[in-house]
Write a protein that binds this ligand. Structure first.
Ligand SMILES: *[C@@H]1O[C@H](CO)[C@@H](O)[C@H](O)[C@H]1NC(C)=O
Ligand SMILES: *[C@@H]1O[C@H](CO)[C@@H](O)[C@H](O)[C@H]1NC(C)=O
Length: 215
């Protein structure tokens, strides 16, 4: 399995309509968010049977859409969470992303995400990006653009045909406890090294929930 470093600067030429992208879940009424509970390794959830080579997470959640799972370590003392987001359905030519939306509105816009895909140069790349509209640039975020710091960003493919795992450590926004709206997504295409629009129906617009990292 080839681990990948986070990218630094990447040029984005954003004139073509093919680069007009709509990423991550559309707004879903917050009242309909399913609450995801963490699962200890003693539970019968399927995420807990997954093992990573070289990494262990104390908690995991089977996410209700896209067959994805989130594995995480929450450290209350530092208010940080280290995550491994698995999107087993991501094709080798596609992309996967996971993020938090600290705004009360929830949904895609306002989410700070980590996105991963195979670059045309052959490397799996992963970086933080800010989803500031329904057609975000998907460009790597400058440090100053991030509402909360993200470190340890990496990704790797898993599986012969499909599968991506995204790793990150998030310094959680203060004053919000340990319960957050998170958003996850996958798309099937990357155009000119920019993740292209995901489907705007079905699971792809329902892939958001609340999660309490302390559970
Ligand atoms: C591919 O491009 C990315 C983004 O610019 C870079 O981080 C990575 O090091 C490159 N990989 C190779 C093998 O050149
Ligand atoms: C998660 O926390 C456990 C201890 O509870 C530790 O053994 C493990 O290395 C941590 N994993 C990561 C990825 O930090």
């Amino acid at each position: 399995m080839a681990a990948a470093a986070a990218t630094t600067g990447r040029r984005v030429t954003a004139s073509s309509s093919t680069l007009t992208i709509v990423v991550l879940a559309a707004v879903v009424a917050s009242s309909s968010f399913p609450v995801i509970r963490g699962a200890s390794s003693s539970s019968s959830s399927s995420c807990s049977s997954h093992t990573f080579s070289g990494k262990v997470y104390a908690s995991c959640a089977d996410l209700p859409r896209l067959g994805a799972t989130l594995h995480y370590n929450y450290t209350a003392a530092t208010h940080t969470v280290s995550v491994a987001f698995r999107a087993p359905g991501t094709s080798k030519s596609g992309w996967a992303a996971w993020g938090l939306n600290p705004s009360s509105a929830g949904g895609m816009v306002g989410t700070q995400a980590v996105v991963a895909f195979r670059h045309s140069n052959g490397s799996v790349v992963a970086y933080p990006t800010v989803l500031d509209s329904y057609a975000p640039s998907m460009a790597p975020a400058a440090t100053g653009d991030l509402a909360f710091p993200v470190s340890g960003v990496a990704a790797e493919e898993e599986g012969e045909e499909n599968g991506m795992v995204v790793y990150a450590t998030v310094a959680l926004p203060a004053g919000k406890g340990s319960k957050f709206t998170h958003v996850w997504q996958q798309g099937s295409a990357v155009v000119d090294d920019v993740p292209a629009a995901h489907p705007t129906t079905g699971d792809n617009v329902l892939s958001t929930a609340t999660i309490d990292f302390s559970e």
